[in-house]
Design a protein around this ligand. Structure first.
Ligand code: 3PG
Length: 307
């Protein structure tokens, strides 16, 4: 089989080598297609692929239509909102993710961004400490739980909301359970977002929620830009000169935000939460193993487009 590793934002070289080693040892041909510029380049590259390993690369209906041999897409990472699941399912293509494999890297970045803002973006201005402050974690899954545990080690109090977990599970994960998103925002000096981009969550965080945050609070987004109602964020920051926003997922209106609010907002130039050698190795090699296993045995354990 031919497996295309299509990564506009490449994996670390060591991860690419590991992916190739696993797939070639299983008898597959590997083509690495990195740093491509246009979506049309991806459409052209998938023509003879039986398997596709991606990161945040967009597997649209057009990509799927251009890949007549495609049987499996593995998103090396957690979020699969970049894959048109309906188009894949219609063709019987299996889509998988690699849950948990890059979580630690994202969690470390969430903590780093929080401290970066507490310390006035590393300018000489007087900052504040995170110890003793309350961190709200919106969704206590693989990443959220790690953020909570690391923040606890920094002396923070942790609150978490997760509709899929019981209070006991949240408490076992080191956090105080909160039962409404309004209450979570209202109690959080720092609020770290870890929800996926779904129809129900897209633009769900806006003026009302952000305005509930306590004086001097900071909203930290290492999840997806789509979950923020950017116009609502803008209004909340206008009304409340004490609030801050830091993100690893560049807002569409970042220039406006930065122009209006200066150092109260910060976005990394490119999404870098999962961009560590360790996360690339963990997620990339898991994707290669899952692909090889699927071709060898039909294993679909991590399939996300199951009917
Ligand atoms: C994920 O969903 O796993 C993260 O957002 C990482 O995305 P990336 O592989 O594009 O860095």
């Amino acid at each position: 089989m031919k497996v295309l590793v299509a990564t506009q934002k490449p994996f670390a070289a060591v991860a690419v080598k590991g992916i190739k080693d696993i797939l070639e040892a299983a008898g597959h041909e590997v083509a690495v297609f990195e740093k491509y510029e246009a979506q049309a380049d991806l459409v052209a590259a998938v023509a003879d692929a039986d398997g596709l390993i991606i990161r945040s690369d967009k597997v649209t209906a057009e990509v799927i239509a251009a890949a007549p041999r495609l049987k499996i897409v593995v998103r090396a990472g957690a979020g699969f909102d970049n894959v048109d699941l309906e188009a894949a399912s219609e063709r019987g293509i299996v889509v998988m993710n690699t849950p948990g494999q890059n979580s630690n890297a994202v969690a470390e970045l969430a903590i780093a961004l929080m401290i970066f803002m507490a310390r006035t973006q590393f300018t000489p201005a007087t900052g504040s400490e995170v110890q003793g402050k309350r961190l709200g974690v919106q969704a206590y899954g693989n990443v959220g739980r790690l953020v909570g545990q690391k923040a606890k080690a920094l002396g923070m109090e942790i609150s978490a909301l997760d509709p899929f977990l019981t209070d006991e599970q949240i408490i076992a994960g080191g956090a105080d359970p909160v039962h409404s998103v309004e209450d979570l925002y209202a109690c959080s000096d720092y609020l770290s977002i870890h929800i996926p981009a779904l129809p129900a969550t897209i633009r769900s965080i806006g003026y009302d929620l952000i305005s509930r945050m306590p004086k001097g609070a900071t909203l930290v987004n290492t999840a997806r830009k789509e979950v923020i109602d950017e116009e609502g964020l803008m209004r909340a920051l206008e009304d409340r000169p004490d609030l801050k926003y830091v993100t690893d997922v560049m807002p569409d209106n970042y220039e406006d935000l930065r122009g209006k609010f200066g150092m109260r907002v910060f976005a990394t130039p490119k999404k870098m939460g999962a961009q560590t050698a360790e996360a690339n190795i963990n997620a990339g090699l898991a994707a290669a193993r899952q692909t090889a296993d699927f071709f060898a045995t039909g294993n679909t354990r991590f399939q996300v487009n199951r009917k």
